[in-house]
Design a protein around this ligand. Sequence first.
Ligand code: HEC
Length: 218
Amino acid sequence: MAKKSVWTSIRFWRRSAAWVTGFSAILLILLTFDTMGQIKMGTDEDLKKGIKKRVPAPTVINYQIDYKYDEKRGHEVPVIGKKEPFFGKEWSEKEARELLHLGKLTVQAKNCINCHTILGNGAYYAPDLTKSWLDPKWKDIMAMVGKKTKEEAMAEFLQHPDKYPTHARMMPNLDITPKEAQAVVAFLKHLSSIDTNGFPRNFSKGVEEFKRGGTYAK
Ligand code: HEC
């Protein structure tokens, strides 16, 4: 009887399939645990001690957030700076948590991701909101709406986006209350402090183009 080549053996392919499936399943379980550890929200203590967490505590809204190029990683990363008042005060852990919660509920209830993208989810009809807090255009909006701080300008814009169109497309008025607007700004500020491995990738390019006078389409 002629010896059959292993490549035509059904037993070989069945066994390979079983091994590959088993190995992938174990790898995926390990990766899931790794991801869960990486995205676990930090605490106020971490912030105070300067311990970096991918997702900082809600009280990060009490700090300046900067976006700096990291040579080693080859993209920009959020850098948490000095303390700064947010809507004129420092928010306790409980207050900050409640504010972010209202912000999240508002973002869900008004379906912002029908037009925008948040952490990779949503649409590209309107600008990506993941790093929107870091958008230099708020300086212009501050002047336009006559507010002294970025958070006030953002809250004003969110309540009357139809009054301050800055892009080719206009955001509709979604009847956001002043309290909700404040909460959404907190949500967006916290969002910008999350280390997203440099996503959305083209954020800085969009900013540069905007500075050169182009449209800030992302
Ligand atoms: C119907 C589509 C639509 C929905 C829904 C929508 N937006 Fe917008 N949004 C836009 C468009 C278009 C722009 C750009 C217009 C502009 O800047 O004048 C914009 C701009 C923005 C900006 C400025 C972003 C930047 O960096 O330039 C923010 C912040 C924002 N929206 C937040 C929100 C939030 C929060 C919600 C939900 C509560 C929301 N939007 C819901 C269409 C939408």
